[in-house]
Design a protein around this ligand. Structure first.
Ligand code: MG
Length: 474
């Protein structure tokens, strides 16, 4: 290159590049922080910005307005353990042994958990120089080798499984004898007290206490999350804040008692929304907002068998436990001021995609294994089409449905917790763009689509290798 050319090069390439950098402000650095806020059993319809008529979620609404709200964002399964395994590994739970049709989640008597051969999201980021902290519910194994601190997190404060586990049956029987409880049966759900559940509250590998005051959980988790952000503000960090709420039994702190016209469930969601506001404010106050990607979503749909103690899936059919949309399509927001292109994204994404997206955004090295993860960074940063074009809906280890583009074929249907399994010789077919509530079966008009989906299924199944089931071990 001659001197003149050099000068030209500077003018034509370097100057615009400098300008572009200046215009982008102090936005993106090579290693942005990542925060995942994960609700437990919150429904698609439980945010104001997704149309809930009475629950108020001003902080989530603001996050959505400033970032991207995704309307077709899926989890890997419609119950806790397999859904969380998918988030942490970017692999369908059928590949990690973390799903079962017999025991759908891990229980206090379980002996299985996430295998050390899996590379988790925090392990990947830690290898890339990140501080990694977790606060809240884990549910990927409670034996020491399976705990968060032995699977990529530097620190963990929270509960190892669901907040309704280690139920104290003597105390629960006692309270349900009381005729004044609604319906007698289930009084412990409607008037929950901490002593009905002996779930442990843990730090690292240590049990701090059994039967913790669950009214303080959301508040305490929030405080711990804020401490973690403050302590790690000078290095890249990954924070996973997995709320125990709104999984039943529902608890909220004093400040949130009877504040929502949506009742106890509304109070609980409004406290989670408050928590989101606290995290966002901390990021702003610490000058971290423009270098932090925050993702909000839920592990599965609303537990509709609990009626008003469960949330709503909005326009979607079904809820927790089922492969109808309401079980697996979640309220989902991505926020990252000055980096994310704000908008509402109708295309598909999944918690399975977070690991590939995180690798792409941070330069981390993806695990060398078969992933089910797409890099969504083009959609987040530039509004490009999502690379995810299909979703496979498992119940336990079985495929119940597959979505390809606008269409979803159901091979089997079953509401979460009822004895109503139906097998469909010709799959039910719904156009989810036109019919998100899955009301109008259009199978007979689209045999070509069914054939295309069938091919996807065959290809997918051919790529599976048997693994030891972790959920059935006890
Ligand atoms: Mg859940």
């Amino acid at each position: 290159m001659t001197k003149t050319n050099n000068h030209l090069f500077f003018q034509t390439l370097i100057v615009p590049m400098l300008l572009m950098t200046a215009l982008a402000g102090n936005a993106r650095t090579a290693k942005p922080n990542i925060v995942i806020i994960f609700a437990d059993d919150m429904g698609y319809g439980d945010m104001s910005c997704n149309g809930h008529p009475t629950i108020r979620t001003p902080n989530l609404d603001r996050m959505a307005a400033e970032g991207q709200k995704w309307t077709s964002f899926y989890v890997a399964a419609s119950v806790c353990t397999p859904s969380r395994a998918g988030l942490m590994t970017g692999r369908l739970p059928v590949r990690t042994g973390m799903c079962s049709g017999k025991r759908r989640v891990l229980f206090p008597d379980s002996k299985g958990g996430i295998q050390s051969s899996e590379t988790t999201l925090p392990e990947m980021l830690k290898a890339n120089g990140y501080a990694t902290g977790m606060v809240g519910k884990w549910h990927l194994g409670h034996l020491p080798q399976y705990l968060p601190v032995n699977n990529g997190f530097d620190s963990w404060y929270g509960i190892p499984y669901s907040n309704d586990m280690d139920a104290n049956s003597t105390k629960i029987k006692e309270v349900n004898k009381n005729k004044h409880n609604p319906g007698n049966k289930g009084g412990h759900w409607y008037h929950p007290k901490r002593e009905y559940w002996d779930v442990p509250l843990m730090e690292g590998e240590k049990i701090l206490e059994r039967s913790p005051d669950q009214e303080q959980l959301t508040k305490n988790y929030t405080g711990r999350a804020i401490e973690f952000i403050r302590a790690n503000k000078s290095k890249p960090f990954f924070l996973y804040l997995a709320h125990s709420m709104p999984h039943v039994p529902l608890f909220r702190s004093d400040k949130f008692k009877d504040i929502s016209t949506a009742g106890l469930y509304g109070d609980v969601i409004e406290e989670i929304d408050w928590s989101v506001g606290q995290i966002m404010q901390t990021l702003r106050d610490q000058g971290l907002a423009e270098n932090t990607l925050v993702i909000f979503t839920s592990d599965n749909g609303p537990w509709i068998r609990f009626k008003t103690l469960g949330g709503i899936a909005g326009p979607l059919r079904g809820g927790k436990g089922s492969t109808w949309e309401g079980g697996m399509r979640e309220p989902s927001i991505f926020w990252w001021p000055s980096s994310i292109k704000p908008g509402i994204i109708h295309e598909m994404g999944s918690t399975l995609d977070i690991i590939a997206t995180a690798a792409s955004l941070t330069g981390a090295k993806l695990p060398e294994t078969q992933l089910d993860s797409y890099d969504l960074s083009g959609t987040l940063l530039k509004g490009e089409p999502s690379p995810r074009k299909e979703m496979i809906y498992y119940r336990g280890t079985e495929i119940y449905a597959i979505r390809s583009g606008s269409f979803k074929a159901h091979y089997k249907t079953k509401l979460g917790y009822k004895n109503d399994l139906e097998e469909h010789k010709t799959p039910l077919l719904f156009n989810l763009d036109m019919d998100p509530g899955e009301n109008y079966n259009v199978a007979k008009d689209h045999p070509d689509v069914i054939a295309r989906i069938e091919k996807l299924r065959t290809q997918h199944e051919a790529g599976l290798t048997p693994v030891e089931n972790q959920l059935e071990k006890r």
